[in-house]
Structure formats: structure tokens, C-alpha cells
Write a protein that binds this ligand. Structure first.
Ligand code: PLP
Length: 223
């Protein structure tokens, strides 16, 4: 694994995809998903220009955070969070990407002493194995979610099915972007909805085409 070369390639490909989509070069933030590697390898990314680190599990998140917290890094928890683990991890999280139930939102509200930036995870494709709100469910719950003033709903997060082809990916990301706009237009004070967390190593190109502002990239850094 050549970390320097991989990192340069990731940044270059994201810049190219942004340009092709007529997006500004700084419109898309790259989260390096370090779940495949140890602390030392994650640390080696920082002098290469990585500013965002993401982990999908609480224990791994805390391990990386404790070791690297003195670096100028923005910390993303990107995976499913059990309610009983909220208390343990939420003080260290800058962005939480997988808010997928009202009960979880209420637990975050109860346990935090500062406003937490959260993405509402949506399951646009209706795939059964994926977490997230359906469109209808989310629109119905918005008034309840909006009452939780310790949460800033910065945007929507989605994960496309592994086997989706390019047309299916585009449809999923387009529908997610449309739902983001629909919620943003409601102008709810703690729901700015300016961000979209979509795109992984295999589908960031399509995600950037449909307005992604945070791509979550693992494999491409560490292959
Ligand atoms: C692992 C993971 C990623 C990164 O996936 P790659 O295909 O390795 O780029 C992104 N988002 C979530 C939620 C993940 O768990």
C-alpha cells in the first residue's frame, strides 16, 4: 500500500469529479474512513492533507480520537449508534452521520452539553438491510425532531446498495438531493439542511454529480 500515492489519487479524482459537475473545488470535503487501519496508518494521512477522519464503530472511533485528538482534525462518527453508547462517544463527535430514529435523537438531546451536527440517514432505495428513514417517515417526524434543540440537522446521509449500477446510483443520489431541498425549504431553525453525506470509494463520482458535500472514502486510501 502506497499511502501517499493513494491519497494524491483520491484528492485528484474528487477534484476532477467536482470540476466535471461544475462544483467549486472546495465544495466537497473528503472524510478518510480509517476503520480498516490502525492508529499509526491513520496518523500518516494527516501530513498528506487529510482533515476529516471517520469511523463507523464507537470503540474504534474512541481509539483513534484519543490517539490523534491534538491534530487539527474534524471527527465524524459515520455508522449506526446504539442508544446505550451515546453517552460514551457523543462528547467527542463533530458530525454524526447515521441518525436513524427519533429515539436515538432524543437520547443525543439528553446526553450532550453542546449542539451536535447530525445527518439524518435516509433509505431512499428501500433496501431492507439498510438503516435509515423512508422519505414519508422522515417528513412525518420532522416536527418532533425539530423540537430537539441540541441537534443541528445539517443534512441527509445515504448509502447506495452495493450492487447498484450507475443509473440506479444516480437515481438514489438525485432523490436524496431532492428530499434535502424539500426539507431545507421548510426553513426550520435547527434544520439548515445544507449538506449531503453521500458517496464512498465506488460511487463518489455519481454522488458529487448530485450535490454531495461530504464523501466518505475508505478503500481507495488503503488498497
Ligand atoms: C466503510 C464505510 C465507508 C467507506 O467505504 P469504502 O467503500 O471503503 O470507501 C463509508 N461509509 C460508511 C458508513 C462505512 O461504514
Amino acid at each position: 500500500m502506497n499511502l501517499k500515492k493513494n491519497t494524491e489519487l483520491v484528492f485528484q479524482q474528487i477534484a476532477d469529479a467536482s470540476q466535471e459537475a461544475n462544483r467549486a473545488l472546495d465544495a466537497v470535503s473528503v472524510i478518510a474512513v480509517t476503520k480498516y487501519v490502525d492508529v499509526q496508518t491513520a496518523e500518516a494521512l494527516l501530513p498528506l492533507g487529510v482533515r476529516h477522519i471517520g469511523e463507523n464503530r464507537v470503540d474504534k472511533f474512541l481509539e483513534k480520537y484519543q490517539a490523534l485528538k491534538d491534530y487539527p482534525v474534524t471527527w465524524h462518527l459515520i455508522g449506526t449508534l446504539q442508544r446505550r453508547k451515546v453517552k460514551e462517544v457523543i462528547p467527542y463527535v463533530d458530525y454524526f452521520h447515521a441518525l436513524d430514529s427519533l429515539k436515538l435523537a432524543q437520547e443525543i438531546q439528553k446526553r450532550t452539553d453542546h449542539v451536535i451536527k447530525c445527518f439524518l440517514q435516509v433509505n431512499i432505495s428501500g433496501e431492507e438491510s439498510k438503516h435509515g428513514f423512508s422519505k414519508e417517515e422522515l417528513l412525518e417526524l420532522l416536527p418532533e425532531l425539530a423540537k430537539l434543540d441540541q441537534i443541528e440537522y445539517v443534512g441527509l446521509m445515504t448509502m447506495a446498495p452495493f450492487e447498484a449500477d450507475s443509473d440506479e446510483l444516480k437515481e438514489i443520489f438525485k432523490d436524496t438531493q431532492a428530499l434535502q431541498a424539500e426539507i431545507r425549504e421548510k426553513q426550520i431553525p435547527n434544520m439548515p439542511m445544507t449538506e449531503l453525506s453521500m458517496g464512498m470509494s465506488r460511487d463518489f463520482k455519481e454522488a458529487i454529480q448530485f450535490g454531495s458535500t461530504f464523501v466518505r472514502i475508505g478503500t481507495a486510501f488503503f488498497k
